[in-house]
Design a binder for this molecule. Structure first.
Ligand SMILES: Cc1ncc(COP(=O)(O)O)c(C=O)c1O
Length: 390
């Protein structure tokens, strides 16, 4: 179905931070399949895990115990300090699990119609509950009636959360991205997550962090919430977890970990041996090659470079981000830059109409970072010099 507006290019091969199209032209990938291929393309550890598992056992069913799922579950809960995990196949599905968990938690506390606090300009996925939680009318338009039970407040606005808390005794959880991705790489104030944690503790809400885009080292920490010194009750992952093999996860801690019991949720494919082996290879490689700290230093290097090249350029409103999740906000819509970058052999993305988003693989090396800057900065300067003002 025509659900995607695709760029006129087909990639046939990848290696590290590079992709080749059908004509043999080479592109520097600064988007990683939208924050998915953190280890880059054709990583040997993922290939070996997949080939080995495909030759042994791809799928049985969650009717039975699954070794690869149990060991991935242990590894994931260990690095995240969470207690339990439910495996799904995508980000939206991981969020569906979190939403169901929150509702059940509410019912268990005697609230008949539990509600979840969500934020404006958020993105949580395209399934009906996830798009209802999403703070973007374009994602919802035409799909009414939306799923009920979401209360929306502006992002990075603690007063609005307090007001909602005072007025809505039906609230049981808060679902939020630690840094908004699709919404424009929006980094909240340093006290946002710690204060949300306190509010959740005060009202008995679950703090549910959507780390689907920010997780798995993307922001220079394994999970973006870590610098805030807090822990969520529920966290969702997908994207970088499988380096391109579809897998999602909903992790929970403390009381939240015991909410979903046998028969309350499930998935045919979720946590199958093939996907779990890929994710285990990702976790091993992130640790073995110190890729999370590499993402932090390469992210700082890129951020400094972008500021050096673009800070004083008229039309650049902000340059922000953490690790290798970076945004350059312009004062006007700039979607056409994606095609111009493509022609220049660089893959970038524009989100929220005017934010150039960079999500290069965590394995990006300094010379590739230099090349990224050398290809992108003149394009942005040229675009702003040519384009009519806002
Ligand atoms: C923060 C966040 N949550 C959820 C999703 C949905 O993930 P998926 O497309 O795997 O369903 C995305 C995808 O962009 C995302 O960025």
């Amino acid at each position: 179905m025509a659900t995607y507006k695709r760029l006129p290019v087909t990639f046939v091969r990848g290696e590290g931070a590079w992709l080749w199209d059908t004509a043999g032209k080479r592109y520097l990938d600064a988007i990683s399949g939208i924050a998915v291929c953190g280890l880059g393309h054709a990583h040997p550890a993922v290939r070996e895990a997949l080939c080995d598992q495909a030759g042994t056992l791809i799928h049985t069913s969650n009717l039975y115990r699954i070794d690869a799922q149990e060991s991935l579950g242990k590894a994931l809960t260990r690095i995240s300090w969470m207690d339990r995990v439910f495996f799904a196949n995508s980000g939206a599905e991981a969020n569906e699990a979190a939403i169901k968990l929150a509702r059940l938690y509410g019912h268990q506390r005697g609230i008949d119609q539990p509600a979840i606090l969500v934020t404006e300009s958020s993105f949580h996925g395209r399934t009906l509950a996830a798009l209802s939680a999403t703070g973007n009318r374009k994602v919802q338009a035409g799909f009414e009636p939306l799923v009920q039970g979401f209360v929306r407040v502006p992002y990075d606005d603690l007063d609005a959360v307090e007001t909602a808390a005072a007025n809505r005794p039906d609230l049981v959880a808060l679902l939020v991205e630690p840094i908004q991705g699709e919404g424009g790489v929006n980094v909240p104030a340093d006290d946002y997550l710690p204060r949300l944690r306190s509010i959740c503790d005060h009202y008995g809400w679950l703090l549910m962090l959507d780390e689907i885009q920010t997780g798995m080292g993307r922001t220079g920490r394994m999970f973006a919430y870590e610098p805030a010194g807090i822990r969520p009750d529920v966290m969702t992952l997908a994207k970088g977890l499988g380096n391109g093999v579809p897998i999602g996860a909903c992790l929970a801690r403390g009381a939240a970990a015991g909410v979903l019991g046998p028969g309350t949720h499930g998935s045919t494919f979720g946590g199958n041996p093939l996907a779990c082996r890929a994710a285990a290879a990702v976790l091993d490689t992130l640790a073995r090659d110190h890729l999370v700290s590499q993402a932090a230093s390469m992210g700082n290097y890129l951020l400094d470079g972008l500021r050096r090249e673009l800070r004083d350029v008229d039309g650049v409103s902000a340059i922000r981000g953490r690790g290798l999740m970076l945004g350059i906000e312009l004062d006007r819509p700039c979607g056409e830059l994606v095609t111009q970058a493509l022609a220049a052999g660089l893959l970038i993305n524009v989100t929220a109409e005017r934010v150039i988003r960079l999500l290069p693989p965590l394995i990006l090396n300094p010379s590739e970072a230099d090349l990224l800057l050398a290809r992108l900065a003149p394009l942005v300067r040229g675009f702003l010099a040519r384009a009519v003002g806002p």
